[in-house]
Design a protein around this ligand. Structure first.
Ligand code: A3P
Length: 301
């Protein structure tokens, strides 16, 4: 076997492997991010960067598409040139084939970036540059279910195991990017001292026009009625589900036959998976861990 063949075989092997978790300051991250942590933590944010940050599966892609459309006057054609993950690099995502951080470094300003980092791990330059940040939170039950299905279909994520096992890991903060509770609370607190627009998936679902208007206002962008209507139409779940530039059908390591990336897009899907005991356990934990924070979540509309 030549050196090149052996390298290619090594790469094939790495690409077909599910990633391991490695802790960074006590937070489990995908090993690719942990290995490059030095580069990520010293990333140079620019003053006009916009960051979209979420706990995984809280509605990141939906928000990204809305933001991109607002930034392009509500013209879907201008947002349909490349997949969403190329338009807005995912800061801490590394694979043997790409480094989104390097893609971000090469981008001209103004940039919109994506991250799932908890507040304490965000590279300090974002705070120093006072960058605008949009944070989206989703109720724990739907978030956990969506994440479970995503880890099943994403060949690069750790194997989720059974639903029962998965929920235990979710509760213990042992999933990639750590504890949902700490994540939503940490960013909620941060909004008091930084320009952070904190949105809820459930509100976006209930009143999409209001959410789109809020985002436009936060970005100091004018939004005409026709533009708003186009954005509403284009970012509606069923539109995004069939949009190859938004539905991750171009991502080779995702197995949409196992579970599509654009899966249900609803509030309350958890009811089909949680036992009564599991539901009560999560309700109790939310009551306990969110107490006094001012944060409340709706698990149905
Ligand atoms: P479900 O798995 O519950 O369907 P993220 O982009 O953060 O990975 O989040 C993915 C979740 O957001 C998935 O949830 C997906 O279906 C949902 N989603 C994506 N686009 C949406 C839209 N336009 N409206 C409502 N939900 C959407």
């Amino acid at each position: 076997m030549t050196n090149l063949e052996s390298d290619m075989e090594g790469l094939d092997h790495k690409l077909s492997q599910r990633s391991e978790l490695v802790e960074v300051d006590g937070i489990p991250l995908l090993s690719g991010a942990a290995e490059r942590w030095g580069r990520i933590s010293t990333f140079n944010a620019r003053g006009d960067d916009l960051l979209i940050c979420t706990y995984p599966k809280a509605g990141t892609t939906w928000t990204q598409e809305i933001v991109d459309l607002i930034q392009h006057g509500g013209d879907p054609q201008k947002c349909a040139q490349v997949p969403i993950y190329k338009r807005m690099p995912f800061l801490e995502m590394h694979s043997p084939l790409f480094s989104r951080l390097e893609e971000a470094e090469l981008m001209t300003s103004p940039r919109t970036l994506k991250s799932h980092l908890p507040v304490q791990l965000l590279p300090p330059s974002f705070w120093e540059q006072n960058c605008k940040i949009i944070y989206v939170a989703r109720n724990a039950k739907d978030n956990a279910i969506s994440y479970f299905h995503f880890q099943r279909m994403n060949g690069r994520m750790p194997d989720p195991g059974t639903w029962d096992e998965y929920l235990e890991k979710f509760i213990a903060g042992k999933l990639p990017w750590g504890s949902w509770f700490d994540h939503v609370c940490g960013w909620w607190k941060a909004k008091d001292s930084h320009p952070i627009l904190y949105l809820f998936y459930e509100d976006m679902k209930e009143h999409p026009a209001l959410a789109i208007r809020k985002i436009a206002q936060f970005l100091d962008q004018e939004l005409s009625e026709p533009a708003l209507n186009r954005i509403m139409q284009h970012t509606e779940f069923n539109s995004m589900k069939v949009n190859p530039m938004a539905n991750y059908s171009t991502m080779p390591t995702y197995n949409h036959a196992l579970s599509p990336f654009m899966r249900k897009g609803t509030v309350g899907d958890w009811k089909y998976y949680f036992t009564v005991a599991q539901s009560e356990q999560l309700d109790d934990l939310c009551a306990q861990l969110l107490r006094g924070s001012g944060l409340t979540f709706r698990t149905q509309l």
